[in-house]
Design a protein around this ligand. Structure first.
Ligand code: ZN
Length: 310
């Protein structure tokens, strides 16, 4: 290829001296494009101690998967210099600016894979990227671990905890949120009181203080309550609105059903005056929530209420 094409790809790959694209090979049958990247430096700084102008001991052959160029699968190849340092005595491989140490993907490819995985199942992203899903899972593990290690939980005082099922069935995950900052702090398998213990330990490991949590919001599970009492000693517990409303609805249904049992005979007497069809419709409506009554049923009910007055 001409000189301009290699320069173009040096720029396209974001390479800067001493790195440059030396050869570009396009295989249209295999639908792949291969870049040979070289380091033009004769001497390099020691990656271990930073001593400058150290001699190159040897080179190690490596390759990396890069983002596709249209339908072509792109690969980078390079002989990576190892520096024999006269200062510290170590022989160290120099890091490359386009990839993490030990990764067979370039940083751009990893970034694309992780971006796709935010909106797609990993298996589908792997299919699109033409790689194995195990390779992507490895990267997700790496970056999630790295991001979690940096997570700062200082100042967390209001915590929300809940359980969610992982798949259909009974695999549960307990999740803990910082309700002030509206962020997920911790997730762990299970839904027993030990999940709160694990959360308290993780909170501590990230600069937070279990004793500083003054409020915990949860469903009405005895396990979370026990875990909170034992591990978040100063937290005042409140049950979240959703569960309270659900309980209130259940109680309302019970009352309605009990009332129906005592009132039913009386209603049947009153309804004796109207047609059997209307009677059936009203008896049915009595069992249901008034918001679902038809206009006719509502009018009839109001009439019945007036007629019932003792
Ligand atoms: Zn050194």
């Amino acid at each position: 290829m001409s000189f301009q094409v290699e320069s173009l790809f040096t720029a396209a790959l974001g390479l800067s001296p001493p790195w440059e694209a030396a050869r570009v090979g396009l295989d249209t049958a295999k639908q792949r494009i291969d870049f040979e990247v070289i380091s033009t430096a004769k001497r390099l700084a020691c990656p271990s101690c930073g001593a400058v102008e150290q001699p190159i001991h040897d080179r190690v052959r490596r390759e990396w998967r890069h983002m596709d160029f249209f339908q072509f699968q792109a690969w980078l190849h390079a002989d990576i210099p190892r520096v024999a340092c006269t200062h510290c005595g170590k022989t160290t491989q120099v890091p490359v600016p386009w990839a993490r140490e030990g990764s067979g993907f370039t940083l751009m490819f990893e970034a694309l894979a992780l971006t796709l995985c935010q909106g797609l199942p990993v298996s589908q992203a792997a299919k699109m990227l033409r790689c194995r899903d195990k390779q992507i899972w490895g990267r997700i593990d790496h970056y999630v671990t790295q991001a979690r290690a940096k997570q700062d939980m200082r100042g967390v005082t209001i915590v929300g905890m809940d359980e969610t099922s992982l798949r259909k069935g009974h695999e549960y995950v307990a999740v803990f949120h910082d309700l002030d900052a509206k962020r997920l702090l911790f997730a762990t398998p299970g839904k027993d009181h030990k999940t709160v213990q694990a959360f308290a330990a993780d909170l501590k490991a990230h600069g937070g203080e279990p004793a500083a949590v003054d409020h915990a919001c949860m469903d009405m599970s005895a396990a979370f309550l026990k875990g909170t009492t034992e591990n978040l000693p100063n937290a005042q517990v409140s049950f979240d609105r959703f569960h309270v409303v659900a309980l209130a609805n259940e109680a309302m249904d019970e009352v309605r059903s009990a009332e129906w049992k005592t009132e039913a005979p009386r209603v049947r007497d009153e309804l004796g005056e109207i047609s059997p069809k209307e009677r059936r419709s009203l008896l049915w409506a009595m069992r249901r929530n008034p918001v679902s009554w038809s206009a006719t049923q509502t009018t009839a009910m109001h009439w019945l209420q007036r007629a019932w007055r003792p």
